[in-house]
Design a protein around this ligand. Structure first.
Ligand SMILES: [Zn+2]
Length: 198
């Protein structure tokens, strides 16, 4: 994965967010500017490269006269993002972003989690107002069988949010496949009632 590659996110509910890679942050993370004008750091494993993507036909409000929305160049995406995200275009911004990324990685909590942490992490995962940590194989275009297994499981469940990992003492695990991540973000522990913070 390299600068200017067109990428889609495997996260976020099954729809693809197209963007381009601005640069590499570390061995496993890249900075992406997406067509929604946001600049975000993604893990390589959460992205798919789609360099054949040219754009899409926009029929919104004009089904009779669709307009082709061409995938913008990296330069254009960065310019548009800078309009919304003031500092994105500034020279010093990359350093700040790398520092922030390193800080958030350093602050991660790691398994084994305590009983209280497991309860709080699962509250977070099931709370509709946060984006849960998800299994990347829920939207697995390269492995249809695995994707179908995830679809069937989450459609059958009345409470689980699609793709959401489940907290256990051993880490955040997928209830469908073998995917496991051994870390979570500390802000997930805060919960609604901060008086009970762990
Ligand atoms: Zn899974």
């Amino acid at each position: 994965m390299k600068r200017n590659d067109i990428v889609g996110s495997k996260l976020g509910g099954g729809y693809m967010v197209f963007g381009r890679i601005i640069r590499r942050i570390d061995e496993t993370h890249v900075e992406v500017v997406d067509c929604g004008k946001h600049i975000t750091v993604y893990a390589d494993e959460d992205l798919e490269v789609h360099n054949d993507y040219k754009g899409y036909w926009d029929t919104w409000g004009r089904a009779d006269r669709p307009v082709f929305r061409r995938m913008p160049t990296l330069r254009k995406l960065k310019q548009t993002a800078s309009y919304y995200q003031e500092a994105a275009w500034k020279k010093r911004k990359p350093t700040i972003r790398e520092t922030e990324h390193r800080k958030s990685v350093a602050e991660r909590i790691h398994a084994p989690f305590t009983d209280k942490q497991v309860i709080r992490l699962n509250e977070y995962q099931e709370d509709g107002q946060y984006a849960p940590l998800t299994c990347p194989h829920t939207w697995d275009r390269e492995n249809d069988e695995r994707e179908k297994a995830h679809d069937a499981f989450f459609e059958a469940s009345e409470t689980r949010r699609r793709g959401a990992l489940e907290a256990t003492k051993e880490g955040m695990v997928c209830p469908v496949c073998t995917y496991r991540q051994n870390w979570a973000d500390p802000h997930m522990l805060i919960g609604k009632d901060t008086s009970k913070g762990f």
